[in-house]
Write a protein that binds this ligand. Structure first.
Ligand code: NAP
Length: 256
């Protein structure tokens, strides 16, 4: 399977760190031409250099349509096209409803949900020219399946991405473009580390496989959706969470 993305051009939004970096690494190791898109080009360039395999970095903000269009054009010039969009950039600041401002809501929504739409829209002219075009979204278990205090806005955007996907995959099928989503559980990233050690320890204790996930765990799922072998799979999701959503209670885990 890995070889079917060899030579393919892949853009990973939010690829400079965290899950995006893991996705970028898995694709680069599989022989893809990887471009990392993030707001801070220096950080993206450092990640690209660490990945090797000719990976490059482009500057882009998923809330800004013009910057995305310029970034995808730059990738297409550098690599001769675009085959796979991994729309992964996202933020997860916490605020409970009573303390949340409309600006807080808009900030998360603009990045995670509108950012997904804008990335897909601006990548589209390039993807339409590919003979193996793929879109892979990074959603979450939080929102579509589970809830966590402080993340009403975040959960709404992650569920919203799946609503977007289910119509996008119908609209874009005529171009042979598939649209699928990975739904990570808790994955060890720089962003997750900012939530503190207590959060990580509490989460690990609630996961049947007994650990927080690694970024490559998400990368391997994304690689499947991007593969030649997944050509007939569209509008689908895969949960990669170590079984986290399954126990009915902590007691259910303890009694195993
Ligand atoms: P992270 O470590 O904080 O990394 C976020 C990445 O997104 C960075 O590369 C950042 O680079 C980029 N980014 C942020 N805002 C951007 C913008 N407006 N335009 C372009 N790039 C932007 O986050 P993460 O934990 O890897 O999360 C990545 C994705 O996975 C998110 O969609 C998140 O919802 C999802 N997810 C994460 C977990 C988890 O446990 N970590 C679980 C479920 C789902 P710049 O700051 O330079 O732009």
């Amino acid at each position: 399977m890995a070889h079917s993305v060899a030579g393919r051009v892949v853009v990973v939004t939010g690829g400079s760190r965290g899950i995006g970096k893991g996705i970028a690494r898995v694709f680069a190791n599989a022989g893809a031409k990887v471009a990392i898109l993030s707001r801070h080009r220096d950080e993206g360039a450092a990640t690209a250099a660490a990945l090797g395999h000719g990976a490059i970095a482009v500057a882009g903000d998923v809330t800004d349509e013009a910057s995305l269009a310029a970034a995808f054009a730059e990738v297409a010039r550098a690599f001769g096209g675009l085959d796979v969009l991994c729309s992964n950039a996202g933020i997860f600041p916490q605020a409970k409803i009573e303390e949340m401002s409309a600006a807080d809501w808009d900030h998360v929504s603009n990045t995670n949900l509108k950012g997904t739409f804008l990335a897909v829209k601006t990548a589209l002219p390039h993807l339409k020219r590919s003979d193996q075009p793929r879109i892979v979204l990074t959603s979450s278990i939080t929102g579509p399946v589970t809830g966590y205090p402080g993340w009403t806005h975040y959960g709404a955007t992650k569920a919203g991405q799946l609503g977007f996907m289910r119509t996008a995959c119908i609209e874009l099928a005529k171009y042979g473009i598939t649209v699928n989503a990975v739904m990570p559980g808790n994955i060890r990233t720089e962003g997750l580390a900012e939530l503190g050690p207590d959060y990580e320890a509490g989460m690990a204790a609630s996961i049947p496989l007994g650990r927080i996930g690694e970024v490559e765990d998400i990368g391997h799922a994304a690689l499947y959706f991007a593969s030649k072998e997944a050509a007939y799979v569209t509008g689908q999701t895969i949960i990669v969470d170590g079984g986290q959503i399954l126990p009915e209670s902590l007691e259910a885990l303890a009694s195993a």
